[in-house]
Design a protein around this ligand. Structure first.
Ligand code: AMP
Ligand code: ZN
Length: 465
């Protein structure tokens, strides 16, 4: 039995499929594709990958249906395409491919379906039409369509937003929300956004009575999960920042449209921090997989480091945590080699029902307690002589998705002498508070394709993303 914290009831609850076919329906919100995902995003996606593997162990490999969407139209993707003078589809294809490559490098299982928002406009328009017909939505004077929050008394159940009070009333005027993502806002939210000149050719014909435009962000998850998994999900997940308003709005749309519970279980994992602050594009404090690879850290090590912290606690990222993760993987690799060296008989599956690894899996089944599970795993790995069987060890490692093959050779690109020289000059300028010169040198280094990452006492040079 897997027990997982449920954000709606705020308590751990057992996970189980509801449908008689025994298939567990699992949806998680995917990336917005306009740049490389950062390793904070990957913390969330890796926790979901761990969950997927654990669910398959529990219910059987063919008994989990996993859907993760790709947000390929929104303000950010459109802005990026406009800035680069490229068609939206080109930009989002590029970053979707990059996302897939990073996921593969991190040994993540691909979801069974990965719908793109622009690939399923009709499903979204259908849902908006139903909401209009049922009186849960209205068309504004510019041809945008809004969800009427006051028509759904349960609004706020997930985030307890009513306790915090909806900031600007719950209904009425759309308050200019049409050009924002409404992420911070508790007012009526856009289901459909009438096209603006900046949107260029990225417009579709809309719901009945609405203008040409594009879907709002929240509706894609409601519509695409319904199309691929049905009206009720067994589990819906995402990072904590999606709890409000994104998931609250998904619940409102889906339940008003379908008249049944949208998701039977909600799970939100916590953020990755850098120096105590959320890793995010807007703060500019992010690392990408490529940057870390450039510094010689293989993706398998990053996977370990990001899964080592409890998923429901914030995790502060440091380069030191990567060194520790590399050592931990080496210990597991050596332990496996010791098991593999033994005569075959010693590795026969244990006759007993219980294996030493039950404790490890027990911790994972107890609200995905990865630190406790890894603690138990290392207790086993420290045993001499080893008592476990190779097959059982591999099965548990498979749930973590750790790749124990020899690490890829250091990929750190050789830093050209000239770049080292400029970096030295810039560091000296910065130390002597000659910031204008330091900035000029930073730009020169950047133009040559390198980034200086400053720490307190020294710096690192990494190839520019
Ligand atoms: P986005 O591409 O912005 O839609 O985000 C993709 C996923 O990454 C969402 O589930 C977010 O909750 C999650 N996310 C964003 N920033 C972080 C962070 N610093 N740590 C962990 N997860 C994050
Ligand atoms: Zn979503």
């Amino acid at each position: 039995m897997i027990r997982l914290h449920d954000s709606l009831t705020r308590s751990p609850r057992e996970l189980a499929p509801a449908q008689p076919d025994g298939v567990f329906r699992f949806y998680n919100c995917g990336p917005t594709v306009y740049a490389a995902a950062h390793i904070g995003n990957f913390r969330t996606f890796l926790v979901n990958d761990l969950l997927r593997r654990l669910l398959e162990l529990e219910f059987g490999p063919g008994r989990v249906l996993h859907v993760r969407n790709i947000t390929d139209v929104d303000d950010k993707t459109i802005r990026r395409a406009r800035e680069e003078g490229r068609p939206l589809g080109d930009v989002t294809r590029q970053w979707t491919e990059k996302f897939h490559a990073d996921c593969a490098a991190l040994n993540m299982l691909p979801p069974h379906h990965e719908p793109r928002a622009t690939g399923r406009i009709a499903d979204q328009v259908d849902m908006i039409n139903s909401l209009l017909a049922k009186g849960h939505a209205y068309t504004a004077s510019d041809g945008s369509v809004y969800f009427k929050i006051s028509s759904f008394p349960d609004y706020g159940a997930l985030s307890r937003v009513r306790e915090r009070e909806l900031k600007r009333g719950v209904s009425g005027a759309p308050a200019g929300a049409a050009d924002a993502d409404e992420k911070e806002d508790g007012t009526d939210f856009a289901l459909w956004k009438a096209a603006k000149p900046d949107d260029g050719p990225n417009r579709w014909s809309g719901p009945r009575g609405a203008a040409e435009g594009r879907p709002g962000w929240h509706i894609e998850c409601s519509a695409m999960s319904r199309a691929l998994l049905g009206p009720t999900l067994d589990l819906h997940t995402g990072g904590v920042d999606l709890l409000f308003p994104h998931h609250e709005n998904e619940i409102a749309q889906s339940q008003c449209c379908n008249g049944v519970t949208f998701s039977r279980h909600w799970y939100h994992s916590e953020h990755l921090l850098v120096d105590g602050r959320k890793m995010s594009k807007s703060l500019g404090n992010l690392y990408t997989l490529d940057q870390l690879r450039g510094m010689g850290h293989p993706p398998a090590v990053l996977r370990y480091a990001l899964l080592a912290g409890h998923p429901r606690k914030q995790l502060n990222f440091t380069l030191g945590s990567l060194h520790a993760a590399g050592k931990a993987l080496a210990t597991l690799r050596n332990y496996r080699a010791r098991l593999a060296e033994r005569p075959a008989a010693a590795n026969a599956p244990a006759a007993a029902e219980r294996t030493p690894f039950d404790a490890v899996l027990g911790h994972l089944r107890d609200d995905l307690n990865t630190p406790a599970a890894l603690g138990a795993l290392f207790t086993i790995a420290a045993e001499k002589p080893a008592s476990a069987s190779l097959g059982e060890f591999d099965r548990v490692i498979g749930v973590f998705g750790f790749d124990l093959s020899e690490p890829e050779p250091r990929q750190a690109a050789a830093i050209p002498d000239e770049i080292r020289r400029l970096a030295g000059l810039r560091w000296a300028a910065k130390q002597s508070k000659n910031f204008a010169e330091a900035d000029r040198l930073r730009a020169e280094i950047a133009a040559a394709g390198w980034t200086m990452l400053d720490a307190k006492a020294d710096y690192t040079l990494v190839p520019k993303k």
